[in-house]
Design a protein around this ligand. Sequence first.
Ligand code: AMP
Length: 222
Amino acid sequence: MGALRLIFLGPPGSGKGTQAQRLAVRLDVVQLSSGDVLRRERAEGTPIGKKAAQYMDAGTLVPDDVITGVMLAGIDKLPAGRGFILDGFPRTVPQAEALTAGLAERRLGLTAVIDFKLDDDEIIRRVSGRRVCVGCGATYNTSFLPPKVADVCDNCGQSLIQRKDDRQDVVMTRLATYRAQTAPLIEYYARGGLLHAVDSARGADAVEAEVLRIVGAAGRPG
Ligand code: AMP
């Protein structure tokens, strides 16, 4: 079987980032999270980070050419034959088209696109409880995935914080952005026969098992 190359699609709070972290380990592939890449660029004060900051704080999307360049560069840094999960990219039809062209140039095929489905009330409930470790990036949720000690990471002992863009006003903008600009990708990848929907309202273990089943079936030779 060739390398697994997956795209995780879904609204903010749908669990795609958590699943990407878990499944990258489980499937021995690399998680390439566009949000994490941009947050790192910001923390390092790079020109890309400075350019992205205003969009990220407002809950809108950074320009397509900026993020596409960063993510294709991330793919190019992987050792040959290494699989990956794209988490948070692509997020617009032009990004998806640029990715399709970029993968074709590199002779890399996609295994599957997973669409993590969740309704708006549950999204808001989940995102408002989300806490992220400042050290290792692990994610928790105050209501259904709490750390053992409040506000402290189980993995590395550093503090947990709420992302600025997880505040309710920004979440509403991020949701509207998702509906207008990212949801059309569902149709884009359905046309290519790569799309699989997963009900994200279930627990993380059930969602993970479902994705493993889909990936196993999609990745089977022949
Ligand atoms: P996330 O952590 O995936 O929710 O991303 C946080 C923020 O980074 C988003 O609200 C956008 O401002 C920006 N961002 C992440 N991925 C993309 C992308 N593929 N296209 C444009 N902006 C992005």
